[in-house]
Design a protein around this ligand. Structure first.
Ligand SMILES: Nc1ncnc2c1ncn2[C@@H]1O[C@H](COP(=O)(O)OP(=O)(O)OP(=O)(O)O)[C@@H](O)[C@H]1O
Ligand SMILES: [Mg+2]
Length: 254
């Protein structure tokens, strides 16, 4: 992997994450070394339970690492305290959760602007309108999450992650609940926002077509990176995933 020569947005060095300890320990990340460059859109694929969400949560400082380092804009975030991490996440990192994590008592609009409300800031109205219209949420703004479909909740979560124009965006299956047309719209939008805002996006997806929108795709298996492709195509990613499944099946038979 040669990369695009851009400066590093975030880097994991020997990153280990264990859940629990002793016999019941789960080794979710087994010494991951990976560098994500600024202005690049990377997809992360791999089997369920392989550690994709764990990698994203740990990189974003939402979950602590067991060992290793995470360097974001030159600073090691594994050494930051909660206040420093909160500021970082509020202003510079956007996170689209696999399970949305919308606040049920608030409307779609209030949820979208929540990161700014918490920071005591006002949204850039033109950017808010752009997000709402691109994501097709205009008519749903006054509704609470339980009055929205899964796809609409997902789009609210996307708008919320992007409202503060973060330089680094983590998206955990952002199109998992969208139909193919909405999914293509969201992916094109993410791709253009990488180009226009020089944003760095790291996106988990189970969909090889979604991964083909990215500049780079990584395959994760059992807490490790097993493939790293530039300019991924859907066919290539499906072939890599199939090969990984066959390898895992053979390993189980032994
Ligand atoms: N809080 C936790 N406590 C214990 N084990 C956990 C916890 N969170 C995740 N795990 C385990 O860590 C491993 C990696 O989980 P992770 O959620 O990162 O997988 P994933 O690749 O995102 O899967 P999926 O595609 O299903 O979302 C799994 O074995 C999972 O059961
Ligand atoms: Mg996951």
């Amino acid at each position: 992997m040669e990369g695009n020569g851009n400066p590093t947005a975030i880097e994991a060095i020997d990153l280990v994450k264990d859940y629990g300890s002793g016999d019941t320990a789960v080794h979710a990340l087994r010494g991951v070394n990976v560098r994500f460059e600024k202005g690049r859109f990377t997809a992360i694929m791999g089997p369920s339970g392989s550690g994709k969400s764990t990698l994203m949560h740990t990189l974003a400082g939402l979950d602590s690492a067991t060992s290793g380092r995470i360097v974001f804009d030159g600073a090691d975030i594994t050494r930051m305290d909660d206040d420093q991490l909160t500021l970082l996440r509020r202003h510079r990192i956007g996170f689209i959760f696999q399970s949305f994590n919308l606040l049920p008592m608030f409307t779609a609009e209030q949820n979208i602007v929540m990161p700014l409300t918490l920071a005591g800031e006002k949204p850039d109205r033109a950017w808010f309108d752009m997000l709402v219209d691109t994501l097709g949420l205009r008519s749903r703004l006054d509704h609470r999450p339980n009055e929205l479909s899964g796809g609409q909740q997902q789009r609210v979560a996307i708008a919320r992650a992007l409202i503060s124009k973060p330089s680094l965006v983590f998206a955990d299956e952002p199109t998992g609940n969208l139909d193919s047309v909405s999914s293509a719209e969201v992916l094109s939008f993410l791709k253009s926002s990488v180009r226009e805002l020089n944003q760095t996006i790291i996106m988990v997806t189970h969909d090889a077509v979604a991964a083909s929108y990215a500049d780079r795709a990584i395959v994760f298996a059992d807490g490790r990176i097993v493939a790293d492709e530039d300019a991924p195509t859907a066919d290539r990613m499906n072939a890599l995933l199939m090969a990984e499944r066959e390898r895992a099946t053979r390993a189980m038979g032994r």
